[in-house]
Design a protein around this ligand. Sequence first.
Ligand code: ADP
Length: 274
Amino acid sequence: MSPERILNVSNLDVHYGRTHALRGVSLSVGPGEAVGVIGETGSGKSTLARAIVGLVRPSAGRIAIDGEETTRYRARQWRELRRRGIVQYVFQDPLRSLDPDLTVEESIVEPLLIRGRSRREAADRARELVARVHLDEALLSRLPGELSGGQRQRVTVARALVTDPRVLILDEPVSALDAANRVRALRFFQELRDAGTSLLFISHDLGSVAGVADRIAVLYQGEIVEDGPARAIVNAPKHAYTRLLVGSAPTLRSAAAARADREALRELLQTIGG
Ligand code: ADP
């Protein structure tokens, strides 16, 4: 695997009992690159995210993060990797990823305290991070249950950024947000990418991914069926499923181009019985 890729996934297979959730999935993320993965519910998106961060064990294939092969890492090795701040993740449900008994400040600084930083240094960093994710400092003393959904999501992002990760895995990071918070979050991810953080942005929503990703991989029934520059995926989708996605988000492209795809869409719906 080429060491200059921050994240390299090759020929990954994941089984849950008889369900073959991922089939020979390969993708990579370079330094400062934002790669999107789109797919419908059940296509294997969460499985991919969870396999990359060590929460699901692949049955075959390899994963390397910053040149280090992590495929067979155990929990202890994963803790160490996160402590070193190389990879972090933000998953869809902030309530599930935040400890309900820790204040915003405690949640954000926990990884720093584990790494032996002083309380004062950690508190300064917490203030810097809440400002970075556009949260009011006054929220630092609140518990997750006392925040809105959008605020909680920003806390999980601040927490993930505390170790300055080289790559951030975002699994449906905006799907629980209302329109205003979604736009705000997408803008923030663009800023992060522009500042050099590598992103793997996983979502069912092509519109969200297309605004942030340089490249997009399309996951369909556990396989990557198409992978290319975001513009090419949107303007000239090759796989029938990608055409369906693009056709269902016509604001992404000109009305004329969307019209040209309607025929393919009709065909696809016929083949899948829609
Ligand atoms: P997505 O995130 O795209 O909705 P998932 O990765 O959650 O897809 O699921 C992919 C496939 O694996 C689906 O068929 C799903 O039912 C199955 N699956 C996911 N998690 C589990 C699990 N813990 N046990 C058994 N099957 C699972």
